[in-house]
Design a protein around this ligand. Structure first.
Ligand code: F6P
Length: 349
């Protein structure tokens, strides 16, 4: 059995733990593993190398991915990439392919499975927005980094009687914002699922002032949307960093933190600063939880290959690692539900 493994999309802490889990389990089963470089791009370029014990030694605690990553859409309209990828899969002599990625990478994996390849998916993203799994690895690390930042910003906000707006990642899902806001004791958390009014944010801050709390921390997700007073704009729209789309059609979000900070200062008169955490949330050492989840996902993915149970994605269900249909998992995004939001909202202010 010859298995290929690749990592696609934005990198995230814990990827190396998955790769190690795949290789260690495969070697125990007597399989050969090749690492395909730079996501789907590597399958197009036939850019791969053998992963043996030496290749995966000392990588468990390292962030990023030893295989490299890219946002390559094999099914981009007008291109014939997927046919080339299928031909290369056969030419390399692969019996199965383990794709580690988020909605985009796994969306391609699901289509390749329908086009006849033996594919298994592993859910990866700091955004935690994949359906079918309770959590993705990388999320815990991102939340811990954001929480540490909020803790630090608290002490400086308090010293200067300032409002500090912290912008976190998460694309169209507010999980990172909500969890780090909860853990860090944010005074209000703004997420894409709940378009907000600046006036309401300012009311929370003013109420705190009236209680003698002269500083506030506002966590805002990069995808949060401002609901203006205009009745045609009640759902708001995304703030974009630039309009250039990647090959999956995504624009770069970001910049809402600065806008929210300016508006708060204008409306309340309180000195306000904005901090954008950006890619710091994706870098560095994975937490123990992400190393464990990644390792378990890697082992389970290899077991699915052994059982020839293709077209599946490994997933966390409670404390158990299970498998779900890849097609269903990539069908809809998992966004923040009302119940979870309402819990968090109880602690605003
Ligand atoms: O999906 C992970 C993520 O970090 C999102 O939270 C963010 O919007 C996006 O990737 C950033 O992408 P890039 O690394 O291409 O700037």
């Amino acid at each position: 059995m010859k298995i290929g493994v690749l990592t696609g999309g934005g990198d995230c802490p814990g990827l190396n733990a998955v790769i190690r889990g795949v290789v260690r389990k495969s070697l125990l089963l007597g399989y050969e593993v090749v690492g395909i470089k730079n996501g789907w791009r590597g399958l197009l370029d036939k850019n791969y190398y053998t992963l043996d014990h030496a290749a995966i030694s000392g990588i468990l605690h390292r962030g990023g991915t030893i295989l490299g990553s890219s946002r390559t859409n094999l099914y981009e309209k007008g291109k014939n990439y997927y046919q080339q990828a299928i031909d290369n899969y056969k030419e390399i002599g692969l019996d199965a392919l383990i794709a580690i990625g988020g909605e985009d990478t796994l969306g391609v994996a699901s289509k390749l499975y329908k086009d006849g390849l033996n594919v298994v998916g592993v859910p990866k993203t700091i955004d935690n927005d994949l359906s079918g799994t309770d959590y993705t690895f990388g999320f815990d690390t991102a939340v811990n980094i954001a929480t540490d930042a909020i803790d630090r910003l608290h002490t400086t906000a308090e010293s200067h009687n300032r409002v500090i707006v912290v912008e976190v990642m998460g694309r169209h899902a507010g999980w990172i914002a909500l969890y780090s806001g909860l853990a860090g004791g944010a005074d209000i958390t703004l997420i894409p699922e709940k378009p907000f009014k600046i006036k309401d944010v300012c009311d929370v801050i003013r109420t705190r002032h009236a209680r003698g709390k002269l500083f506030s921390i506002v966590v805002v997700s990069e995808g949060a949307k401002i609901n203006t007073e205009d009745e045609h704009d009640k759902d708001g729209s995304f703030v974009l960093q630039n309009l250039k789309k990647d090959s999956f059609g995504h624009v770069a979000l970001g910049g809402i933190g600065n806008i929210v900070a300016e508006e708060i200062e204008k409306e309340t008169g309180y000195e306000t600063r904005a901090v954008v955490l950006g890619h710091i949330q994706r870098g560095g050492t994975p937490t123990a939880a992400d190393r464990v989840l990644g390792s378990r996902f890697g082992i389970k993915a290899t077991e699915l290959v052994e059982a020839k149970d293709f077209g599946k994605m490994v997933a966390l269900n409670g404390a158990k690692i299970v498998s779900v249909s890849l097609e269903e998992a990539v069908g809809t995004l998992k966004t923040v539900d009302d119940e979870t939001y309402n819990e968090a909202q109880t602690l605003f202010g």
